[in-house]
Design a protein around this ligand. Structure first.
Ligand SMILES: Nc1ncnc2c1ncn2[C@@H]1O[C@H](COP(=O)(O)OP(=O)(O)OP(=O)(O)O)[C@@H](O)[C@H]1O
Length: 651
């Protein structure tokens, strides 16, 4: 039985901002040296001081087990933090690296987010396990930054892209302010400044997949008239950022997490808002280093993600005192907070939120990245009910030979294989946590909340018990939850598969049906172009077990049969390893990618390849072809009814 529980470190409540507005401090270079072979004393100190490390973990999976995350070499590495943005942004040099030196922080600790408007994470719904977070091995992301800028996501211009041409709104790279009269001088500003550019996601290469560092355009807060979608090709540079950063003022405290505080940011030049996540920098403090590393891990991942249900990363900044990450501001608070304030959600809300969470997870998992901390407190909701996944500090890109052995996550939402730390774990841990989050939304408490700490862990890890599922939920909801909470991770459906579960699928159907009803009632309010297409509304579903999807869940079907039909086990792609043996194989190799999906799978990707399920036994009523690009945010899927042409509906 793992004995790694520890009470969360106490955190003083923090009121609203008492610190200086952002961007007023002089910038300087920080250098943090991470030594893989640090002395045992240092290690002990780090464990003790780590914000996630309150108690030693004595379980399996020691440092030696983490070869996948070890430094490439045993040598000491200088780990300079980003140069001040006043440095030559266009030039090379000045690499930033939070080294790949591996530091094992074996502990349980607090997730501890709290405070501010959203009291998330410092008060669990039942008061138990308040803010606990398990972190058996603190994996250190490998981060290299150079001042050429940022390895961006899909919005990034090509590596070879140059400064904007005449008429561009961006200044000439290297300049420190927009040319007088240029549009850059007056355009709404991005909070992004000195990007921790060229961040290496935890890929085998430790770098961007194209192997190049590149600036990426600076997304503006949603609604900006000059945001990238409306200005394709627009790029900004650090020079613009210099002139605009100072306009971002740090406002009230929104919340507190293990690794820092989150403030509201207000742009006094544009009136726009963002969330500023900050970690205080104390260069010789191990806790500070740990926080920085975690935040850099978050930057590293977020900067490469672009999805409607994942909080948007705007940029980051290192000042003398703190590292700040600028994020899309999601004003509705977290699911956890909403549950606290308004009680359990009704099923249509759960359906809606789950669909969006799944959409974000499917995107994330398509990049072989596991979030590892899915729970209500890390799911924000905007005023329109749009879900945003946050807190990627523990997210991990799964690479070659690195089915994860570290323990990260929040106990009540933690998958059994994580608790037991047996054979490593994979993307499926997020599916388990999703099931827990559904129960959280339905009951306002996480599963196992009737048990205290160790007892809950025992229940999760050592028993065969299942959490209670409320009777009042529909059969579809129960079926969905049961699928997620299968103890055998290989038996859990993937996020992609779950998108086609009736609990999710029929919700979209219902929504479209409702829209059609509304259109009939108020025809003039529909302009036609925005009218969703009619969908096949038929369903032969009769019970919670009637959905087979790719998993034969019909009564009498053995678990073995189900497991065989799981794409994780099918096609020879993911068998002993929960994920591909190479980084992003689905992206790199079409054949491997195709193999990922069982021939029986209702899922098919377009962009690289498109598959159409033709086995009517699987979907006697409807054949479904998903047009979900694994790696880019495409939120459309096509539903094809036999004998009809594909239709499109949003998911
Ligand atoms: N983009 C955002 N918009 C609005 N509020 C946010 C945003 N990001 C975070 N918050 C608030 O700040 C709190 C802490 O944020 P977050 O969970 O990301 O910090 P953390 O240090 O990573 O936490 P954890 O302890 O879970 O690792 C959240 O619970 C939420 O209330």
């Amino acid at each position: 039985m793992p004995a790694w529980w520890g009470k969360k470190s106490s955190k003083s409540k923090e009121g609203s901002n008492q610190e200086n507005p952002h961007g007023k401090n002089d910038k300087k270079i920080f250098s943090i040296k991470e030594n893989k072979r640090r002395s045992s004393l240092d290690e002990a100190a780090l464990r003790k001081n780590s914000p996630r490390a309150n108690r030693e973990f004595s379980g399996s999976g020691g440092l030696s087990a983490f070869s996948g995350f070890e430094s490439d070499s045993g040598e000491k590495r200088g780990l300079p933090l980003p140069k001040p943005f006043t440095s030559d942004l266009g030039g090379g040099g000045g690499g930033v690296g939070f080294g790949s030196g591996s530091v094992s922080v074996s502990s349980v600790s607090s997730s501890g987010s709290s405070g501010g408007e959203d009291h998330d994470n410092n008060q669990s719904s039942n008061g138990l396990f308040d803010g606990y977070r398990l972190c058996i091995c603190q994996l250190q992301p490998r981060l290299s930054v150079d001042h050429k800028g940022h390895g961006g996501g899909s919005r990034s211009p090509g590596p070879g892209s140059r400064s904007p041409g005449p008429g561009s709104r961006s200044p000439v790279p290297g300049s420190r302010s927009p040319a007088p009269g240029s549009r850059a001088a007056s355009r709404p500003t991005s909070p992004l400044h000195q990007q921790l550019g060229g961040l290496s996601i935890d890929s085998p290469t430790g770098r961007l997949e194209d192997g190049k560092n590149e600036c990426h355009p600076l997304p503006l807060p949603p609604g900006s008239p000059t945001s990238p979608p409306s200005l394709p090709g627009l790029r900004t540079t650090g020079a613009t950022e210099v002139s605009t950063l100072s306009r971002w003022k740090k406002g009230k405290l929104l919340g507190r997490g293990t690794f820092g505080h989150v403030y509201l940011g207000f742009n006094s030049g544009s009136g726009q808002m963002c969330a500023i996540k900050e970690v205080t920098v104390i260069s010789d403090d191990s806790t500070s280093k740990e926080c920085l590393k975690q935040l850099n891990q978050e930057i590293n991942l977020l900067s490469q993600l672009s999805h409607a249900n994942i909080v948007r990363y705007y940029g980051s900044e290192l000042s003398e005192e703190r590292l700040s990450v600028y994020l899309e501001y999601v004003s509705g608070g977290s699911v956890h907070k909403l549950l606290q304030e308004y009680g359990a959600f009704k099923e249509p809300v759960i359906q809606n939120y789950t669909r969006q969470i799944l959409s974000g997870l499917a995107y994330l998992h398509g990049r072989n990245t596991v979030h590892r901390d899915i729970k209500g407190a890390n799911i924000l909701v905007d005023p329109n009910g749009v879900i945003k996944l946050v807190d990627f500090g523990m997210a991990k890109h799964i690479t070659a030979c690195s089915s994860m052995l570290s323990f990260k996550g929040s106990p009540y939402w933690m998958a059994p294989e994580v608790v037991m730390n047996t054979n490593g774990y994979s993307l499926a841990v997020d599916i388990w946590s999703l099931g827990c989050t559904l129960l959280e939304m339905a009951t306002s408490k996480p599963p196992w909340s009737q048990y205290e700490g160790v007892a809950a862990i025992f229940k999760i890890g050592n028993s065969k018990d299942m959490p209670d599922i409320p009777d009042y939920l529909s059969n579809d909801a129960k079926s969905f939850i049961k699928l997620c909470l299968q103890r055998d991770p290989s038996a859990r459906p993937t996020a992609f598969q779950l998108l086609d579960h009736p609990f999710i699928r029929d919700q979209a159907t219902t929504r479209v049906a409702n829209i059609n009803i509304t259109r009939d009632a108020f025809p003039r309010t529909f302009d036609g172009s925005r009218t969703p297409p009619a969908l096949d509304l038929h369903s032969n579903r009769t019970s919670a077990n009637s959905w087979d999807g790719d998993f034969a869940m019909k009564p009498g079907v053995s678990s073995n049969t189900r497991a065989l039909k799981n794409p994780r086990d099918d096609g020879g792609m993911i068998t002993s390893m929960p994920v591909s043996p190479c980084s992003s194989p689905l992206r790199q190799h079409g054949s491997a990618y195709r193999n990922y999906f069982s021939p029986h799978s209702p899922y098919a990707m377009v962009g690289q390849s498109s598959y159409h399920v033709s086995d009517p036994s699987l979907h006697p009523i409807r054949q479904t072809t998903y047009t979900h690009d694994l790696f880019f945010d495409t939120t459309l899927l096509k539903v094809q009814t036999p004998g009809t042409s594909p239709r499109t509906r949003p998911i």
